[in-house]
Ligand binder design. Structure first.
Ligand code: SIN
Length: 549
């Protein structure tokens, strides 16, 4: 394995979802940008986002205050109010930039409303008291990702490295250099050519998305292995609130379909969650759990489904939208309608079988409002970051909004600090990657085995319903697995699977430790050993400060 190649850029962005590509476009105004992405450029969580982008587009119908309040309530009052305020208020300008790049959002005219043609058709999702979700049919993420890729590809300052996986951050502290710790670059495995490259830059923005693959069942694509969180932790950057892992209530339950989301927007258009009763009839149940019934915040809905299914011993719940016309459903949800039909479910005639699955990581790399991590030159944007917006449970469709706004702030902050980063950067030769005495091993089966084991016990012990005993069991297992991985990590030639396994194991342990240290049930973190609390306006982050190396 060759390890000698060194590349230099002004800025690096790791990840190619909305957060990564929008940040890259902003940074391209300042200099050269390398976008490092471990699969094809479009393979990111963004592509699978159906619902849309929550944003107050019309202050006659809605208000920033209401968006702020809904976010705080959904987040169980653990959101940082000033962060929420800044993000919702800066939303419309960021959306305008996206539209200027060519993004199209469905209009009322396209939905068949004769009046107000040209105004956006705003959707509604769980926890929102207003219709405020901009959408492109039900493939919003795909539409946005497409226009961002086009803009990045056309930009001479941006070079996209597909099938390149970042292994680790290079920091002056880790190299043992004197002076303030700062990020210098990253080691990157070129998957197709099996070369580890050293890529250096003045700033690095981590935009690697989420951690869904830590769990057995997830709505996330295979890339969601928490790479950014694990890399930042190894670089001594604090990680916040990782106990708040969001489970989406409605993933299609069908043996032929893996990880297909039935958007919350379907409930926004009137679908009711039901379960079978003893006589085999479908009955509503969410009205017994929350005043917003099927449109309650996501943590409450996912927990209620989990509770009902365990209580009655059924494998799935159902979404019932049979009261809507087929023509409307086809027009509003063409992707979901088509996918359901492929497996013999006609949404206009059949209830849709659904189960909850891991969906979104509300914690992450701790940053300020500018995405700055506190380590000179290092930023985090999007799902990988914890700005304080989501609190204990993210309000639906707030994530793409956050990524857009923070990408702009991060680029502005980098611009203002570029001279400082460059003046204070210690000089010295950055060593290339050392693969030591590593060899190919016939023991690769341990990678697959450890990966499966982690995902299963995380689902069983650190899922929707937690107890102290379950968390202790998970902790014991992850300790053993992590020490095994660390023992063989440097013996094997580096592969993408090994990089991801190590990251998944690290993130799993951070989630477990965060969950063990929160001594209350709050938002997405439900521990049966701690009684439900009254909502109160206090803010206590769970911070994992120690590096998980
Ligand atoms: C959905 O469409 O239900 C997902 C939207 C989100 O996770 O914000």
């Amino acid at each position: 394995m060759s390890t000698k190649e060194v590349l230099n850029f002004d800025h690096i962005v790791v990840g190619s979802g909305l957060a990564g590509l929008f940040t890259a476009l902003q940074l391209s105004k300042l200099g050269s940008v390398a976008v490092i992405t471990k699969r094809s450029v479009d393979e990111a969580n963004t592509k699978y986002a159906q619902g849309g982008i929550a944003c107050v587009m019309d202050t006659k119908q809605d208000s920033f205050d209401e968006h702020l309040r809904d976010t705080m309530v959904a987040g169980d009052h653990l959101c940082k109010e000033n962060i929420v305020k800044t993000i919702v208020e800066n939303g419309p300008a960021a959306i305008k930039e996206l539209i200027d790049l060519g993004a199209h959002f469905t209009t009322r005219g396209e939905m068949g409303h004769q009046q107000d043609v040209g105004d956006f058709d705003l959707g509604r999702e769980g926890g929102h008291t207003q219709r405020r979700v901009l959408h492109s049919g039900d493939i919003t993420g795909e539409e946005v990702e497409k226009i961002l890729i086009k803009a990045c590809r056309a930009n001479p300052n941006i070079k996209i490295f597909e099938y390149h996986i970042a292994i680790d951050l290079i920091t002056s502290g880790r190299l043992g250099w004197m002076g303030e710790d700062c990020v210098l670059g990253t080691y990157v495995l070129d998957i197709r050519h099996n070369i580890v490259k050293t890529v250096t830059s003045m700033s690095i923005t981590i935009a690697t998305g989420g951690t869904g693959k830590v769990y057995l069942y997830t709505s996330n694509p295979d890339i969601a292995s928490g790479d950014g969180i694990a890399m930042c932790s190894r670089a001594h950057v604090p990680i916040a609130n990782m106990e708040f892992l969001q489970f989406h209530p409605t993933i299609l339950y069908h043996p032929k379909v893996k990880s297909f989301l039935i958007s919350e927007a379907v409930r926004g258009e009137g679908a009711i969650l039901k379960r079978l009763d003893a006589k085999g009839n479908l009955v509503e149940f969410m009205d017994q759990y929350h005043k917003m019934a099927s449109l309650a915040p996501r943590d409450i809905v996912a927990r209620a489904i989990d509770n009902e299914l365990k209580r009655i011993g059924q494998p799935c719940a159902f979404l019932d939208i049979r009261h809507k016309k087929e023509e409307f459903l086809k027009r509003r949800f063409p992707n979901i309608f088509g996918k359901c039909l492929e497996v013999g479910i006609n949404m206009a005639k059949d209830p849709i079988p659904v189960v909850p699955a891991a969906h979104y990581c509300c914690g992450g790399v701790k940053t300020d409002i500018n995405g700055f991590t506190g380590l000179a030159g290092l930023y985090a944007v999007g799902e990988v970051a914890s700005t304080g917006l989501h609190g204990a449970n993210r309000l639906a469709s707030n994530s793409l909004l956050e990524a857009l706004v923070i990408a702009k702030f991060a680029a502005k902050d980098i611009k203002s600090k570029m001279k400082k980063f460059s003046d204070e950067r210690p000089s010295g030769k950055i060593p290339t990657w050392r693969s030591g005495n590593a060899t190919n091993s016939d023991e690769l089966v341990v990678i697959a085995h450890n990966w499966d084991e982690i995902r299963r016990f995380m689902w069983d012990y650190v899922g929707i319903f937690r107890t102290n005993k379950r968390l202790e069991r998970a902790k014991n297992r992850i300790k053993n697995i992590r020490s095994e991985i660390e023992k063989y990590y440097w013996d094997f030639l580096i592969t993408p699977d090994l990089v991801e396994l190590r990251n998944i194991a690290t993130v799993a342990e951070i989630i477990i430790d965060s969950a063990m240290s929160r001594k209350e049930s709050r938002g997405l973190h439900f521990n049966a050993d701690y009684p439900q609390r009254e909502p109160k306006m206090d803010y206590v982050d769970t911070i994992i400060q120690e590096p998980y190396t």
